[in-house]
Design a binder for this molecule. Structure first.
Ligand code: ACO
Length: 743
């Protein structure tokens, strides 16, 4: 697919773009469209700013005059006696543009535009005009179509969301206004402290990347949670996300997993929702943790903000019920939580609390007769064991137990655990126990009724820790050398011919130039040449029609396989010509490609393409039915190094087939990695290429390499007025890596 890579992003920033810090820590805030009517949004925002305890200058603006909450309305923002870094705009859509010039003259740096009625309703032109005018005035735009911004650093609650925000260490950036606003209430009721809450709405100018840039270095923020619907400038987003996750956990929740959901998201925000599978893999590559739903994201964020980072991945489960212990072990597998398996150590430390009919393995089963003191001793032992890096503590309600005593022990032990290693609790039972769970949660103890909920929080901590360790282990990587000049030569030839795809022999030349092996082949323009070619490449052979007018060769009867001798070649040649002429009578047929028939190996697929959301992106999967039916593929954002390409290959569900099952040899995984790296390098050094796919790429036993049976290369259509004109600047220097980012 042809993609204009300059289209990503929101246009250039103004040369003197203000520091994003001013939006989160403004010296003064004006509310333009402030109202004395308590039912209006312009009133609610003033009230929240006042109640939130903002210490900077607050300037309500309304030409009608009067007062709001005892503060005099100013006729214009320019009348504000002090500096105004942020103007919150709550006037109707048709009046927004009219207030911008005054803001610019006053030196406002950030416009927080609450007003709806722009691109989300199809009014994109007015939205663009608004951003242009703002930038001319040296201002940046948050929104429009948002509920505002809360920033703990300035004690500023410039939102019309629910009151009673709890200050804390979780920052939330939400594309959806309604969900973000509701999350403010939800965080307060779940005792999740916020360091920031930003509504980014239509993302006409500022987006989640801008917010991340501030939040990653904000001392108040320990965890960042992003609620997203679509990505506009994916390359920048991934770059900033990588920087952020190196410093603190980033939990991502993106709607639009399902096809219907993605469509709804696209029409809701006017932004392009990227294919969800790609999103999933590339945000994980950037080190973020993706949650399934809002509750999970909130639970993880709360836990990550409080928990100590574990020193390893060995978790101990302590339980009074075998069944729930097994469920917890299942949950550990699901969320990638490793289990402590040193049985001798468990025996030595837990023997005194486990009766003979209990279990001294992991899960440690204290049995139904366990007392609160047994829990106390077990938690103490787990805390003191250096090789136990995290703990899951489970309790199933029994009649022989004092829940208040248990609550007190859990609370005290949690305080001890908190600075040392992560611990989660799951209590399962009736109303009395649920009441204790609610109280403990209110006091900040990570207790859940659901085992999976508890374990998933621990999994989030481990995943963040593992991704940080992985990122820290990166070593400098030299991409493979490819002969870019020859690649450009083939591309230029196709473009000069008016094509945006390469013919088989051109693709073959490109593969040779980048170092990907293909079977021996010749193009034959007549029957006698075909016979000669078959003898040259050696029987058995494959024959395929060569015609720029026939793209789907098999459908046209243009492919013949397994031709063992001269007679079969003659018959196949005639059948191909007949079939193709019947299928496409006007097609110009240049001849046939006669190719060595390759047997054996496993079919895989390797692709590289310019993703509309994330730019250069790589794909790997098993070929044939695996890719079509099971969609067993993995994606990465380019560039990848050898380590990342290997991880990408290892991520598919059917990886075991490549490792060799039932006595089969391990396949040449290194060969696949090499092909991925070569395609990556080609995509990055040849800006005209939008798609390249090796399908199938046959993978032989280890040490025997890989071979691409087909290579499909698609080019971007040349800019209008330059048809056939290659647009790469200097083919001879083309080995240099091109950075394909939007602004
Ligand atoms: N300068 C200053 N004040 C002005 C100007 C101006 N140029 N023009 C009008 N005003 C005043 C008005 O006089 C009025 O004040 P008043 O109550 O004293 O008369 C005030 O600004 C507001 O103007 P209204 O015409 O009364 O508009 P209203 O308050 O009804 O609506 C609003 C304005 C809230 C911006 C509306 O147009 C809107 O967009 N609502 C949707 C907001 C939204 O949902 N955003 C997404 C949030 S996310 C979510 O879904 C939760």
């Amino acid at each position: 697919m042809a993609v204009d890579r300059r289209a990503s992003g929101n246009g250039p920033s103004p040369p003197s773009a203000p520091d994003i810090r001013h939006m989160f820590e403004p010296r003064g805030v004006a509310v333009i469209g402030a109202s004395d009517n308590p039912k209006k949004i312009g009133h609610s925002i003033v009230a929240n700013i006042v109640e939130g305890g903002y210490k900077g200058g607050l300037y309500p603006v309304n030409p009608k005059g009067g007062e709001v909450l005892g503060r005099k309305m100013l006729a214009s923002v320019e009348d504000a006696p002090g500096p105004v870094d942020v103007a919150v705009i709550t006037v109707p859509a048709d009046a927004v543009i009219g207030v911008l010039d005054g803001c610019a003259r006053k030196g406002v740096r950030y416009l927080v535009i609450i007003t709806s009625g722009f691109s989300e309703t199809g009014n994109s032109k007015e939205e663009r005009r608004l951003v242009e005018r703002a930038r001319e005035g040296g201002m940046r735009v948050l929104g429009p179509n948002i509920f505002g911004i809360y920033s703990r650093a300035a004690s500023l609650n410039a939102t019309f969301g629910p009151k009673g925000i709890l200050p804390g260490a979780v920052a939330i950036v939400s594309q959806s206004g309604a969900i973000g606003s509701a999350m403010m209430g939800k965080t307060a009721s779940e005792r999740i402290g916020l360091s920031a809450m930003v509504s980014i709405g239509n993302k006409s100018d500022l987006d989640e990347s801008d917010c991340l840039e501030y939040l990653m270095s904000s001392e108040h923020t320990r965890v960042i949670m992003l609620y997203m619907e679509g990505v506009k400038n994916g390359e920048r987003f991934l770059r900033v996300l990588r920087q952020a996750t190196a410093r603190k956990p980033v939990v991502v929740i993106k709607s639009g997993r399902s096809k219907r959901g993605a469509l709804a998201a696209a029409s809701h925000t006017g932004s392009l929702a990227g294919a969800d599978e790609v999103f999933d893999d590339v945000v994980a590559q950037a080190g973020a943790i993706r949650a399934e739903n809002i509750q999970e994201a909130l639970d993880w964020s709360k836990f990550l903000a409080e928990a100590a980072m574990p020193k390893g991945q060995s978790t101990l489960i302590v339980t009074n019920g075998g069944g729930i212990g097994v469920l917890a072990a299942d949950a550990c597998e699901k969320y990638g939580v490793g289990l402590f398996d040193d049985v001798q150590t468990i025996k030595a430390h837990f023997q005194s609390v486990v009766p003979p009919f209990g279990s001294l393995k992991n899960p440690v089963d204290l049995t139904g007769q366990a007392t609160p003191d047994d829990y106390d001793k077990s938690l103490g032992a787990a805390l003191s064991l250096d090789n136990v890096h995290g703990v899951v503590c489970l309790y199933c309600e029994t009649g022989v137990f004092d829940p208040d005593r248990l609550s007190a022990i859990v609370k005290a032990r949690y305080e001890q655990f908190r600075p040392v290693k992560p611990v989660v609790f799951s209590f399962f039972g009736g109303a009395v126990l649920e009441d204790r769970v609610a109280k403990l949660r209110h006091d900040g103890v990570p207790v859940y009724t659901d085992v999976y909920g508890a374990v998933s929080c621990l999994g989030a901590v481990y995943r963040h820790q593992a991704s940080r360790a992985y990122a820290a282990g990166a070593v400098p990587f030299e991409p493979p050398h490819i002969d870019s000049a020859s690649v450009h030569q083939a591309i230029d030839g196709a473009l000069a011919d008016g094509r945006t795809f390469l013919l088989a022999h051109e693709s073959r030349a490109v593969m040779e130039a980048i170092g990907v092996r293909m079977p021996k082949a010749r193009v034959a323009r007549s029957l006698s040449e075909a016979v000669l070619a078959a003898k040259e490449v050696g029987f058995p052979v494959v024959m395929k029609v060569v015609s720029k007018d026939i793209v789907h060769k098999s459908d046209a009867g243009g492919v013949a396989l397994d031709l063992d001798d001269e007679r079969e070649v003659v018959d196949a040649y005639q059948a191909i010509m007949q079939g193709c002429r019947a299928y496409a009578p006007r097609a110009v047929i240049e001849g046939v490609e006669v190719m060595q028939m390759v047997r054996g190996g496993i079919e895989t697929i390797v692709g590289a393409r310019l993703d509309p959301s994330f730019g250069p992106t790589l794909m790997f999967g098993l070929g044939g039915i695996y890719v079509e039916v099971l969609k067993d593929v993995s994606f990465r954002s380019s560039p990848v190094d050898r380590r990342e390409a290997l991880r990408m290959v290892g991520e598919i569900r059917s990886y075991a087939l490549l490792l060799g099952v039932r006595g089969e040899e391990r396949k040449d995984i290194e060969g696949i990695v090499d092909a991925i790296l070569r395609l990556d390098q080609m995509l990055r050094t040849c800006p005209q290429v939008t798609d390249v796919e090796l399908n199938p790429l046959r993978v032989f036993d280890q040490g025997e390499g890989v071979i691409a049976l087909d290579a499909r290369i698609i080019l971007a259509a040349p800019a209008r007025g330059a048809a056939g004109a290659p647009d790469h600047p200097n083919p001879s220097s083309s080995q240099k890596t091109v950075h394909r980012e939007g602004s």
